[in-house]
Write a new protein. Structure first.
Length: 256
């Protein structure tokens, strides 16, 4: 039996999270100072989604100040997801229904409980001097105590979102300044975050939404009381639908 007999699905959860996580650090900036201590310029620190090895390879190709090649701009930040770890301790039922929703096509659907996956995210920062790194460090750390809660839209087409706690679990810093004055100094900092994410499976369709219900009914003459003697027509209306019968019998019509 194939797992993929149902219709194709892709909720773009991982890509959406990458965008949301990166946006947290989009506008981080530092101040460059003159020799006399006055502010010279305000520099926005760019951030990319890139594996650490690839990132350092780009810098390693231009290792010193004596070449004519253009060096990578520092300071700079990058991040990557390094681990996907299923966490069944957070699983709420295996066959239960999370919600019944209506998608953008107007169809009624059944949304099953998601699968909990814990993500490990690494955030890196590279600078050429300690002053720049301290500015980056001191702007990031106060927001994680140790958790920052981010509201994330898991299923935009059904308007389903969750508050996702992003927990800071580790911080490291290293300085590669061990050579002579012609070599470029690189200070690297890395933050490690645990993120409890949720992944939804295929959405089960269950037909169109019932928008019109018509009901007609009557009471047999033998069972009528004096209070019902004038009852000849009963009209029922639900959501704008109606039916009208003279001496009606019990009927029920459901229009999907």
């Amino acid at each position: 039996m194939s797992l993929f007999q149902s219709a194709w699905f892709h909720h773009i959860t991982t890509k959406g999270f990458i965008t949301a996580f990166g946006s947290l650090f989009n506008d981080l900036s530092i101040i460059k100072y003159n020799v006399d201590g006055t502010a010279a310029s305000n520099v926005t620190v760019p951030i990319d989604y890139a594996p650490k090895n690839k990132w350092f390879t780009m810098i390693g190709e231009r290792p010193d100040f004596t070449t004519n090649q253009v060096q990578i701009t520092l300071p700079r930040m990058a991040f990557e997801i390094t681990k996907f770890d299923p966490n069944m301790k957070r699983k709420i039922g295996f066959n239960g229904t999370f919600a019944t929703g209506v998608n953008t096509n107007g169809s009624r659907t059944k949304i099953y409980n998601p699968t909990p996956i814990d993500l490990t995210v690494k955030l890196y920062a590279l600078t050429k001097d300690n002053e720049d790194m301290l500015q980056i460090f001191e702007q990031i750390m106060p927001y994680f105590q140790p958790t920052l809660v981010m509201n994330f839209m898991l299923l935009p087409e059904y308007n389903i979102s969750k508050d996702i706690p992003i927990k800071l679990v580790d911080y490291e810093q290293s300085d590669s300044y061990t050579g002579n004055a012609d070599e470029q100094r690189l200070i690297e900092s890395s933050w490690t975050f645990d993120v409890p994410m949720y992944y939804y499976g295929p959405i089960a369709g269950s037909g169109k939404i019932i928008t019109d219900v018509k009901i007609g009914m009557s009471i047999d003459n033998a069972t009528k009381t004096s209070g019902w003697s004038s009852l000849e027509t009963i009209e029922a209306s639900v959501l704008g639908g109606s039916t009208k019968q003279s001496n009606p019998t019990i009927t029920e019509t459901v229009t999907p």
